[in-house]
Design a protein around this ligand. Structure first.
Ligand SMILES: CC(=O)N[C@@H](CC(=O)O)C(=O)O
Ligand SMILES: [Zn+2]
Length: 316
């Protein structure tokens, strides 16, 4: 959509639970909506669906590979159908892509995740220019107390399921161990989904969302654990950092403690450019599924983003 930020009426919402098969709150919410009264909106069609059924059956993040790294708009359809040897998640990604990408109206994807990190409610948007998604995030954020809900921008595309549609947000809620369901986390995620639909109804009914400024955190650097010469982990998240997602860090912050008991500071492991040194915030601290990605936590850069007015394009 153009610089006026006029978007057509949103006619379709797809809510994915179980993109990762051991993140139980999204899975159980979708199962609840599939078996009980369905999730509904007054103004658009809502489909709740399980993204990775085989991983859900196994209660693992994935069967063969992480499905949330397989969707890139250009590549997914190039994968040829030498079907036999394709990893399960690549096949499933192709299937979801062909099922949901070809849509003439405005479609929104909500992608439900859990993390073992203490992020509370984290809304993930790909681009700082997706003003529609960011207005939706701001609407959701305003229904929580200050500092409870943060907006995370993906510095780089990584092929998550939200790429199927023009607009999407990841609704990441934690802390919750993988394979475990907590009532507080379940309720929080449900509230965020309901608020997303409430926003879409307001938008579809012609409400105007005024220009405003929002605070965002953009992922810019992955930090790995300390390792020995064989590549094995040789330290753990420092207690000063554990559970402190969204709390600013500086070069002298302790981030790891080696098994020998030595403290490791942020500047021991990363060079932070001077011009952003007061803007650095960690997130996904000690996320269990990121150990295999050599990732102990993400560093993000805090920034204010100005959102232009958002209103329904009544001409369409
Ligand atoms: C803990 C976890 O799975 N986080 C998600 C974040 C996202 O959806 O962008 C992922 O790595 O795919
Ligand atoms: Zn996930």
């Amino acid at each position: 959509f153009g610089s006026m930020q006029n978007v057509n009426k949103v006619s379709d919402v797809v809510v994915f639970g179980g993109t990762h098969g051991n993140e139980l709150s999204g899975i159980c919410l979708v199962k609840k909506w599939l078996s009980g009264p369905p999730l509904q909106s007054a103004t658009c069609k809502v489909t709740a669906t399980l993204c990775n059924p085989e991983a859900i059956r196994l209660c693992r993040r994935y069967k063969d590979c992480d499905i949330n790294r397989q969707f890139t708009r250009v590549d997914i359809n190039k994968v040829t159908n030498a079907e036999e040897n394709l990893p399960y998640e690549v096949k499933r990604a192709k299937e979801l892509f062909s099922q949901y990408s070809d849509y003439s109206g405005e479609r929104i994807i909500l992608d439900l995740h859990n993390t073992t990190a203490n992020v509370k409610l984290c809304l993930i948007v790909e681009k700082p220019t997706d003003y529609f998604a960011l207005h939706m995030c701001r609407y959701i954020q305003q229904h929580f107390s200050a500092d409870f809900c943060h907006i995370l921008l993906q510095g780089k595309s990584y092929g998550d399921v939200r790429y199927i549609a023009k607009h999407g947000i990841g609704i990441e809620v934690g802390p919750q161990p993988h394979g475990v369901l907590r009532a507080d986390i379940f309720d929080l995620q449900e509230k965020a989904v309901k608020l997303s639909l409430a926003f879409l109804d307001k938008f579809n009914n012609g409400d105007i969302f005024n220009p405003c400024e929002i605070v965002t955190y953009t992922q810019f650097k992955k930090v790995d654990f300390p390792r020995d010469h064989e590549g094995n982990i040789a330290g753990m998240i420092h207690l000063d950092l554990q559970d402190r997602d969204w709390q600013s860090v500086s070069g002298s912050s302790m981030v790891f403690r080696t098994f020998q008991g030595d403290n490791v500071t942020l500047e021991d492991v990363v060079k932070i450019p001077d011009e952003i040194k007061d803007l650095v915030y960690p997130v996904f601290v000690n996320e269990a599924s990121y150990y295999e990605k050599d990732l102990a936590f993400w560093l993000t850069k805090k920034a204010t983003v100005a959102l232009p007015i958002l209103k329904l394009n009544v001409l369409h």
